[in-house]
Structures are given as structure tokens and as C-alpha cells.
Design a protein around this ligand. Structure first.
Ligand code: ADP
Ligand code: MG
Length: 295
């Protein structure tokens, strides 16, 4: 492609809400055949709300919410923000947390009012030998099958509550995924979230269960991109989180949501300014058109 054509393409991209790091990026865009989509904040809004609190026998919702809210208050994760906000709204000021620790892709832990509290994935609680009682385990499965993320909460050595949080699929995501498919690309959903939750979201946007890769730890997202590349795929990755930065950099084409973190935007080749997944399809079309006309 001539430099002039690439510059014109870059300018056209800006009009479409696509910021392109350099003209050469358009070349990579054209060859892409697989589009890996982060779930939270990319396909969904990333703005979570707390929908339900389930507790073990003898445990009040207030107690569960106070302890979980206090620990989550120290975290910046979207799930944490939802839990802390709901707790503060219902209970007022929350107690302080000591020895707070964020365990990426798994959850949080800390000491609140003398109780050692852990909140997050079941695997994190299991590491403390805490296991949900049968009724809570069942509530968790039902919530996940409905597309809600279940946060298990344990304190004083036992798993005692499940908090159900959810965000919504962005109104344009299903259309964007249909557009990507129409361009001959294969969309794949990638998330650290539970498999059932991921499959429920995937079903809502038209991605089959076999193209869902779930329960992937933040540091392993890049390995998923590498594995697909090892199979001969030319991979675009769309993401928004700090978690996604390494995978965005490793992908043949990295696309960051403009609504996402600075880390993601810096690692990516393209920024979708409006945070609208349809811009990913626009970018592919633009590069094919830009390069197609001038070969
Ligand atoms: P995603 O890939 O969907 O952006 P993350 O890798 O950030 O998700 O987190 C994966 C999973 O780890 C979440 O779905 C949640 O179950 C759990 N998790 C992570 N951080 C927290 C937290 N602060 N509180 C509760 N659960 C958490
Ligand atoms: Mg995300």
C-alpha cells in the first residue's frame, strides 16, 4: 500500500472513532481471522450491580455484606466496586480492613473487625479449606447458569455467603459479533469468569459454547493468544483491562476499548474510542478497503 492510501485510511479511522497507532497497523488488520473478545468491560458494560445476597444458616445478610463490603472497598475490580457500593448504601460507613490483599483473577482477602475475610472465586476459598454448604453451592450454580457472577465469602474459617453480581451485555455487542462473523472472522470469548456465566453471556451475543474460553487467570490470557497463533491463526484481541494488556500486545492486532484502562490502550495497536464493539468490525472493513483499493 502507498503511504498516502494508508494515511487516508488512518484519517478515515479517526472519523469512525478508531485511533490507529501507525499506518502499518492496517496491514495486520487485514490478515486477521480470529477475534478474541474479553468479556467484562468489552462485550459487557463492566458496570456491575449486586443483585442478591445468600447466606448460610444463622448468618445475616447485613453481616455478610458488611464484611465483604469492607474488604472489597479496598479493591478496584468492577465486582468489588459493586459489592462495596451496595454495602455502603445499605449499611452506611464500612469498617476498616487490615492486611488487605488482592489475588488477581481470584478475589480479595483481609481482616475486618478481627475476622479473617476472603471473597471471590470458590478456588480462592478452597485454598483456605473453606467450602460452601450444599444450599449455597446450589444457589451459586443457579446464579451462574443465569449469567450472574457468584462471589463466595468466607470468614472465621468457613464459607458463609454468596453474593450475586452481574453487568449487562452492551446493546451493540450482538450486532458487532454478527458483523465480525459476516466478515469471515471467528469470534472467541475469553474471560477469567466462571464457565457457566461466560456461556450465558456468549449465548446472548451469538457465540457458541465451543468458542468460550473461561476461568483463565489474568496472567494466562496471553498464553491463549499464543496457543491460537500456534495453530496458525492470525489473532486480533479486544480488551479493556490491565489484565488484557499482555494479550493485546502479543496479538497480531490489539484493540483497546477507549473506555478501558490506560494499560490496555498503551498495549494496543488500535483504540475503539466509543467503547463500541462494532468499531472492531469497522476497523477490519476499513483496512480491507484501504489496502484492497491500492494493491
Ligand atoms: P475478567 O476476565 O472477566 O475481566 P478477572 O480476571 O478480573 O475477570 O476476574 C476473574 C474472576 O475472579 C471474576 O469473575 C471473579 O469471580 C473473581 N474476582 C476477581 N477479583 C475479584 C474481587 N475483587 N472480588 C470478587 N471476585 C473477584
Ligand atoms: Mg475486561
Amino acid at each position: 500500500a502507498t503511504p498516502t492510501a494508508l494515511l487516508v485510511g488512518t484519517g478515515r479511522g479517526a472519523q469512525l472513532g478508531i485511533l490507529i497507532k501507525g499506518p502499518e497497523v492496517l496491514e495486520n488488520t487485514r490478515r486477521v481471522d480470529t477475534v478474541v473478545l474479553d468479556k467484562t468491560g468489552t462485550v459487557t458494560t463492566g458496570r456491575m450491580t449486586l443483585l442478591a445476597v445468600r447466606t448460610a444458616e444463622g448468618v445475616s445478610e447485613e453481616e455478610a455484606l458488611r464484611l465483604a463490603g469492607a474488604v472489597e472497598h479496598a479493591s478496584e475490580h468492577p465486582i468489588a466496586a459493586a459489592v462495596a457500593a451496595a454495602a455502603a448504601e445499605r449499611l452506611g460507613a464500612l469498617p476498616a480492613v487490615e492486611g488487605f490483599e488482592n489475588v488477581p483473577g481470584l478475589g480479595v482477602q483481609g481482616v475486618v473487625d478481627g475476622h479473617a475475610v476472603v471473597a471471590g472465586r470458590e478456588a480462592l476459598l478452597a485454598a483456605w479449606s473453606q467450602h460452601l454448604p450444599a444450599a449455597l453451592a446450589e444457589a451459586k450454580r443457579a446464579a451462574e447458569a443465569a449469567g450472574r457472577t457468584a462471589v463466595a465469602v468466607g470468614w472465621d474459617g468457613e464459607a458463609r455467603a454468596v453474593l450475586e453480581v452481574a453487568d449487562a451485555v452492551k446493546p451493540t455487542s450482538a450486532e458487532a459479533i454478527a458483523e465480525l462473523r459476516a466478515l469471515g472472522l471467528r469470534p472467541v470469548l475469553l474471560t477469567g469468569d466462571n464457565r457457566l456465566v461466560a456461556q450465558a453471556v456468549a449465548a446472548e451475543v451469538g457465540i457458541p459454547a465451543e468458542d468460550v474460553i473461561a476461568e483463565v487467570l489474568p496472567q494466562d490470557k496471553v498464553a491463549v493468544v499464543q496457543r491460537l497463533q500456534g495453530e496458525g491463526k492470525v489473532v486480533a484481541m479486544v480488551g479493556d483491562g490491565v489484565n488484557d494488556a499482555a494479550a493485546l500486545a502479543r496479538a497480531d492486532l490489539g484493540l483497546a476499548m477507549g473506555t478501558g484502562t490506560d494499560a490496555a490502550i498503551e498495549a494496543a495497536d488500535l483504540t475503539l474510542v466509543r467503547g463500541d464493539l462494532r468499531s472492531a468490525a469497522d476497523a477490519i472493513r476499513l483496512s480491507r478497503r484501504t489496502l484492497g483499493t491500492i494493491k
